[in-house]
Design a protein around this ligand. Structure first.
Ligand SMILES: Nc1ncnc2c1ncn2[C@@H]1O[C@H](COP(=O)(O)OP(=O)(O)O)[C@@H](O)[C@H]1O
Ligand SMILES: [Mg+2]
Length: 282
């Protein structure tokens, strides 16, 4: 069991880089906005933060911030560039690794390429305190690959039933295929604390009962027009409207995430798990 719960990115062998994958199952729940605001809020706390835009289909993060990067993750995946070379400056002092738009499947990469990508991420250790990975929706091989590799996974849900069923499907496949037993959860676009807590409780009940997985509630972000207004200004809301209810919630989420100890895998199993990741993503 210990072996199965170990993760390869962030937390192993004296590493100080914390890797957190943000995932959801369903699209449009606010993953990219949560990632961007959490990143900036962590930077405001003095952390060195990098965001890897792993939505290989649509390059959300650079569109959100009006960036037009020359290089992307694609060039890293092809072995043409190092991660550090493709990074661009984002808002609030964060750095962004742009998504490989137009690149469909990680599964088309050979296992050497996949291992190189993991090594590349490891090479960020020392330069950054936290790496946030913004994933695509769904449970494609790409999404699972990043979510399985990260030391921690933050699942974004909304109170809608479809979001809960999609989140359940996501948790299920990560638990059964990759042995992940713990997930952090935040509820976005909630109408209030009771609404959010009810949604969390519904999901936690079924994941505990049927999957024996533990969900850890990280609070909620209210539905707030300030978020979409900020998007139109190509800024995260924590910068565009820091006192808005959603921004205060993002800041609180950053406080919770920063206070929490990252999952700490045991050193010796790292290579084994890497091997497994390569196999599983095949
Ligand atoms: N807390 C919120 N309140 C209001 N609108 C939100 C909130 N979070 C996200 N949105 C809006 O929802 C839409 C989808 O958000 P996005 O972050 O792109 O979702 P995802 O990455 O999960 O597909 C965006 O238009 C965004 O402005
Ligand atoms: Mg997105």
């Amino acid at each position: 069991m210990e072996v199965e719960t170990a993760a390869v990115l962030g937390g192993g062998g004296g590493s100080t880089l914390r890797v957190l994958a943000i995932a959801s199952g369903k699209g449009g729940v606010g993953k990219t906005n949560v990632t961007a605001n959490l990143a900036v809020a962590l930077a405001q706390r003095g952390q060195r933060v990098c965001v890897l835009d792993a939505d290989l289909g649509l390059a959300n993060m650079d569109v959100l911030f009006g960036l037009s990067p020359e290089w992307s993750l694609l060039h890293v995946l092809r072995g043409e560039k190092r991660l550090a070379e493709v990074m661009v400056d984002g808002p609030g002092g964060i750095r962004i690794i742009p998504a490989a738009s137009g690149f469909d499947e990680l599964t088309s990469l050979g296992s050497d390429d996949r291992l190189r990508l993991l090594d590349e991420v490891d090479s960020l250790d020392g330069t950054f305190d936290t790496l946030l990975i913004d994933s695509a929706a769904g449970i494609s091989a790409n999404v699972l690959y990043f979510a399985a590799a990260a030391a921690d996974a933050l699942v974004v849900i909304t109170p809608e039933p479809t979001s809960l069923t999609d989140a359940y499907a996501f948790v299920k496949v990560l638990a059964t295929k990759y042995g992940r037993r713990e997930f952090l959860v935040t509820v976005n676009m909630a109408s209030g604390a009771a609404d959010a807590e009810a949604a969390f409780a519904r999901l936690a009940k079924v994941t505990e009962r049927f999957l024996r997985v533990r969900l850890e509630y990280q609070g909620y972000v209210p539905y707030d027009d300030a978020v979409s207004r900020a998007v139109r200004q190509q800024l995260p809301s924590v910068l565009a409207a820091p006192q808005s209810p959603a921004s205060l919630a993002f800041t609180d989420l950053a406080r919770k995430i920063a206070a929490r100890r990252p999952a700490a895998p045991t050193g010796g199993v790292q290579f084994f798990f890497r091997q497994r990741l390569v196999e599983a993503a095949r």
